[in-house]
Every structure is written in structure tokens, then in C-alpha cells.
Design a protein around this ligand. Structure first.
Ligand SMILES: Cc1ncc(COP(=O)(O)O)c(C=O)c1O
Length: 460
């Protein structure tokens, strides 16, 4: 053996670093630290449970030589199991829900595993669900072992015996709160139990996603109806056997969109390339930190790598097609006007006025555009400085000509409560947005206003 080398890749699992978040934590008093579990050789914390559960299965006689490992997995556990199986020479079959990213499916197939893809939106006890299919395969394939990370208690034991002691040793227990996204419940329960034994005052907070039933169950003791969500790895539509709610003090619940946007910020602002559940965990940690009266040291476990989401969260087309990317356009026009200090004073001109009068109004008031109003107070046109210059210079317009000769219809009328995205198209076509409040003309929103707004928000 070469000095310093590990005997195989499974032995290289663990020992991942903890780093401090800098700019993302600026908006709260508390300090936030993240455990980079994506630095495991298979790219996630699930490498640990894959190796640990299979070692235990061999020890307990559940997995015999030449056997087939079967698991229903969102991908990360599959990689952990497949890695162990490659080193120890076992076959694998994985059952995945069809919402999982193509990278995850391709990755498992590349390990030599067979992958069965099942529909996402069916009940867990539906025969097509990936839970049912995994169970059925395990019952019908001889010499097979169904790992069942949901109910296999060695999942949470992995984190109790390995991940949590590692973090405790790294930090000497110098943190107040531990947080992690929840799925099977293995991470939060295993780590939570260990930390509570060592640090009686530690708070254990799980991060669940909107649509999942876990946080609701902890708060009410009731199983509610699950709704669909896009985040992978977090949330469940049943209560897996790995949960011990006594070691979980509280939950924060986050949505798909905020989680995905945070995942991208994590990369852009902190240089940390992690998966969607990491963004979810950070959103949850910020929500939690904002409610605290005293400064806390928060430690979050980030489950997996950004690599597995290259075609989703890190793909602009996927993000915008699914309505996740345009957060900066999802602001009401009145907020844009407020933010850039526009007070809603607007100069107009009657449709009976002359071009000379329009030039005077523009000159006196320092404006470059005037909506043209008829006797019924309706907006019938728009006269803009830039449309007047050429015809006036060419002698086409005389001062006494009616304003209608110079007015255009290149404008859109929108209520101030509409979202900025409603006028985005118009502004791109160099049209002007006339903003109304209860049907009354209130202001003009121009290209420069929008640029000023984005610049103030730090988006450009
Ligand atoms: C990306 C990701 N995040 C979070 C989790 C949740 O961890 P646990 O199953 O230990 O509750 C998982 C589990 O599948 C996961 O794959």
C-alpha cells in the first residue's frame, strides 16, 4: 500500500469540511456554517448511508455474496450504494421517480446498475409507485436485499455513529443550532440524537418543503394531504420509520422557487456548488435566524453537489421556462416607482393643443414625453421629444399644428398593481408604459426607470 492512500474509494468517504457563509449570512445577526457533504467521493452525504447500511446488511446476514441490492432512491443513495457495490462486487437495481434529473439516472446506469423509472404523482401504496415497485422487485428476485433507506434504521445510525461525531469533533460542539433538509429523516434524526446527547441546549431544526407532510405532522400530529413539488431529496408524502420527532425541535418550511434561487446565489456569492436542498436549507436557516432574539451559531448540513442539477437549477432555460428565474420582474410596478422615488406627478396635454404648446410644457417641466388626453380624459396618444426633433428640423411641423400630428400610439396602459413583467415586452420594443391607479393616469415608466431600479437593487 502506498503511504497516505486509501485502500478503495469507499474508505475515502467522510472527513468533509465545514465552512462559514459570508455574504449570504449578511442579512442576519447569526453566523451560518455549512458542512460540505457534496465533497464525498460520490457527491453526497448519502455515500455514508450507502456504505454503512450495506456493511451492516453483510454483518447481519441480509446481503449474501453474489446478491442483488435493490433500492428506491432519488439518486444520491443509489450512488452511495452503487459505489460500495462496485468495490465489493454486487449487482444493483434502482427504482426512481420520473421527476428525478436525467443526470442522476445516467449516473446510476454508468455504475452498471439497472434503473427502473416510475411515475411521480401516484400514492405511495399505488402499485406503480417507486416504493411499491422496489418492494415487488425485492420479493421476486432471488438472493436480493431491499435496502429501504426509509425504514432501515441503519440510515439514521449512520449519522448518529459517523456524520454527527465527525461534526462534533470538527467544531468541539461550538454551535447552537443544527439544521438539515429532511427526506427519509435519517440525517436530522441521527445527527439530532447525537448532538442532543452531547449538547443539551442544542436546537435541532429540520427544513421541509411546501407540499410535504413532515413538518405539518410534527406540529399537529396529523397526516395531511401531500402536494407536488419540484425540489429533489427533501419532503415526503408519508412518515418514514427513520424519524424520531423527539429529537427534532422545530421545522422551517420553504418553497421550490426560493430554494432554487438561493442555490444559485450560493454558487454566485459563496462559490459553493451544491444541490437544491442546500438552497432550501439556507432559505430555512435565514428564516429561522430572522426570528431569533440573540445571535446564534447555526450549522447546516448541505446534502449534495450541484453537478446533478446542471440541466435544471443551473440551466437558465429550465429555470425561466418553469417560472423560477424572473424574480426581479415579479415586483409590482408601484414598488418600482416607489423605489426609484417617482412621486406620481405627470404632465399631460389636451388633444386640442398645438405642437408649440407641447414643446413649452416639456421645456418648462423638464419632461420628454406627454400623454395626450381627450375631453373625456381618455389617453389618446403620446407625444415624445424624440419623435418631434426630426419633423421640426425638417420643417414638417409648424408650431401651430395640432398635437395629434405628432402623437404616437407606441405605449401600453397598465395598472400600478400589475407586475413589472407585464410591461417588459413593451419596454423591449421601446414603447412607453403609462401607469394608472384606479383607471386614472398616475405616472410614466420608461426604460431608464427600469434600469435605475435594477441598478439600485444590485441586479446589474
Ligand atoms: C439532496 C438531498 N437532500 C436532502 C435529503 C434528505 O436527507 P434525509 O433522507 O437523511 O432526511 C436527501 C435524501 O434523499 C437528498 O438526497
Amino acid at each position: 500500500m502506498m503511504k497516505g492512500a486509501k485502500p478503495n474509494v469507499v474508505e475515502a468517504i467522510g472527513g468533509t469540511p465545514i465552512v462559514k457563509l459570508n455574504s449570504l449570512a449578511n442579512e442576519v445577526d447569526s453566523d451560518i456554517y455549512v458542512k460540505l457533504e457534496f465533497m464525498n467521493p460520490g457527491g453526497s452525504t448519502k455515500d455514508r448511508i450507502g456504505a454503512y447500511m450495506l456493511d451492516q446488511a453483510v454483518k447481519e446476514g441480509d446481503l449474501k455474496p453474489g446478491g442483488t441490492i435493490i433500492e428506491g432512491t432519488s439518486g444520491n443513495t443509489g450512488v452511495g450504494l452503487a459505489m460500495w457495490a462496485a468495490v465489493h462486487k454486487y449487482k444493483c437495481i434502482f427504482v426512481l421517480a420520473d421527476k428525478q434529473s436525467q443526470e442522476k439516472i445516467d449516473n446510476l446506469r454508468a455504475f452498471g446498475a439497472k434503473v427502473v423509472v416510475c411515475p411521480t404523482n401516484v400514492e405511495p401504496d399505488d402499485p406503480r409507485s417507486y416504493y411499491s415497485v422496489s418492494k415487488r422487485l425485492a420479493e421476486t428476485i432471488p438472493n436480493s436485499f431491499y435496502v429501504n433507506q426509509y425504514d432501515n434504521i441503519h440510515n439514521r445510525n449512520t449519522h448518529y455513529n459517523w456524520t454527527a461525531p465527525e461534526m462534533y469533533e470538527q467544531t468541539s460542539g461550538d454551535f447552537d443550532v443544527f439544521m438539515a433538509g429532511v427526506g427519509t429523516g435519517g440525517t436530522i434524526t441521527g445527527c439530532g440524537k447525537y448532538f442532543k446527547e452531547k449538547m443539551p441546549n442544542v436546537e435541532i431544526v429540520g427544513i421541509d418543503c411546501e407540499g410535504s407532510i413532515i413538518a405539518h405532522y410534527k406540529k399537529t400530529g396529523e397526516i395531511c394531504e401531500a402536494k407536488s413539488y419540484v425540489l429533489e431529496g427533501v419532503g415526503e408524502d408519508f412518515i418514514p420509520g427513520n424519524y424520531d420527532f423527539d429529537v427534532i425541535d422545530d421545522f422551517e418550511v420553504v418553497g421550490d422557487k426560493e430554494s432554487f434561487l438561493m442555490t444559485r446565489r450560493l454558487l454566485k456569492e459563496e462559490g459553493i456548488y451544491a444541490g437544491g436542498s442546500a438552497g432550501a436549507a439556507i432559505c430555512g436557516a435565514l428564516k429561522y435566524a430572522k426570528k431569533q432574539k440573540t445571535k446564534k451559531k447555526i450549522l447546516i448540513l448541505l446534502h449534495d453537489s450541484g453537478n446533478r442539477y446542471a440541466s435544471k437549477i443551473y440551466n437558465d432555460d429550465w429555470m425561466s421556462d418553469n417560472g423560477y428565474l424572473d424574480a426581479s420582474f415579479n415586483v409590482q410596478i408601484k414598488d418600482v416607482l416607489n423605489d426609484i422615488g417617482k412621486k406620481g406627478s405627470i404632465f399631460t396635454i389636451n388633444d386640442t393643443s398645438t405642437i408649440g404648446q407641447a414643446i413649452d410644457i416639456m421645456d418648462t417641466n423638464g419632461v420628454s414625453q406627454l400623454p395626450v388626453i381627450n375631453s373625456a380624459q381618455e389617453i389618446v396618444g403620446l407625444v415624445a421629444e424624440k419623435n418631434l426633433v426630426k419633423p421640426v428640423l425638417m420643417g414638417e411641423f409648424a408650431k401651430d399644428d395640432n398635437i395629434s400630428l405628432a402623437s404616437t400610439s407606441k405605449f401600453q396602459i397598465v395598472d400600478q398593481n400589475e407586475l413589472l413583467e407585464t410591461v417588459a415586452e413593451a419596454l423591449l420594443k421601446k414603447e412607453v408604459a403609462l401607469i394608472t391607479e384606479n383607471g386614472k393616469l398616475k405616472d410614466i415608466l420608461t426604460e431608464i426607470d427600469v434600469l435605475q431600479y435594477f441598478s439600485k437593487k444590485g441586479n446589474i
